[in-house]
Design a protein. Sequence first.
Length: 402
Amino acid sequence: MYYKRHITDTLKQMLAQFKVVLLTGPRQVGKSTLLRTELQGYEYVTLDDMMELELAKTDPALFFKNHRLPLIIDEVQYAPELFKYIKFLLDKDSSKGQLCITGSQTYSLMQNVGESLAGRIGILELQGLSVRERLEIDCNDFFIPNSEYIAGRTESKKPIGDVWEYIFRGSMPELSDTSLNWDFFYRSYVKSYIERDVRNLMNIKDGTTFYKFMVALASRTGGLFNATDIANTIGVSLKTVQSWVSVLEASGIIFFLRPYENNILKRVIKTPKVYFNDVGLVCYLVGWDNKAVAQNGAMAGALFETFVVSEIVKSWINKGLDVRNIFFYRDSNKKEIDLLIKRNATIFPIEIKMTATPTVSMARHFPVLKEMDNMETGTILCQCEKNAFISSTVQVLPIEMI
């Protein structure tokens, strides 16, 4: 089954503005399916085809004679030789949106893009299915807890049901088919990711150690990133951990949430938090094979937070927005706010809680921002049934409102 992807409108807007659009994202999130479904007038070629790859690498001019524009080139990172010829083609023709390329190895891909296509290319990232997409909700607004968003989103809200089924099952489109074996999928996914992508990029000889690194990182999702702690846990150097983390980030497997800083808030920490984009992958890596274990285990809070944050981030990237405007707050007194969303110089503080019965005390750290005159109403995202104000400065929203 094909789910309408909310990034589609943004993709078409970029194709109308740029000569070439690059769609990045992890493997298996549906990049090829999206493009082949939504760009019906484009020819499609994948460089996973060894004959096509050989031609692209040895004779780019002939490759483009065989494949006329408009064209989709899938997994373009395998043939960096194409980029100079793509630049040559684009310089000859002022037409917009003639070429759409995809890549899952953005670690090396972006270097080629920067060198050859700067100023000519629009870049989008696709992640796994959002809950909105799986529930076939038309609303494509990015999440921001102001009155305008809440009014619009309330009209399209649908019940999620068992949120832990979504958390455990993960966001990979293929796994939306519940008849498929969850363990088989993730086992193959991790194995192919290590062997196809990481080994090619980093020349890693010991895949077992890299797997242990992924497990160690997964067990820390939603927490402050401590590279030294991970290095000591798996027995590698700090430099190695930093290098491996950069690969996972560039490949869209993880993302970092940066701490909010400004001239008013003096005692904030500067360490980022690390999150996995796909919570199902976290469950697989830490060894949980059913949703009950995930829901009742010691990491339940971190999993729930990771799920909520990743859903919010998806709503932003699907609109082509800069997620660097999403932060968290933590100071030297260990006062923490799960999310701060900045929009047009206004700050929206957000707490994420598993509970269905939120209390004002859960927002007790919001006042640390009181010196900022641009702070909006605080929000607690939780499993409550409906929107409500629980004080004059704090509202609660059910996670169905993301």
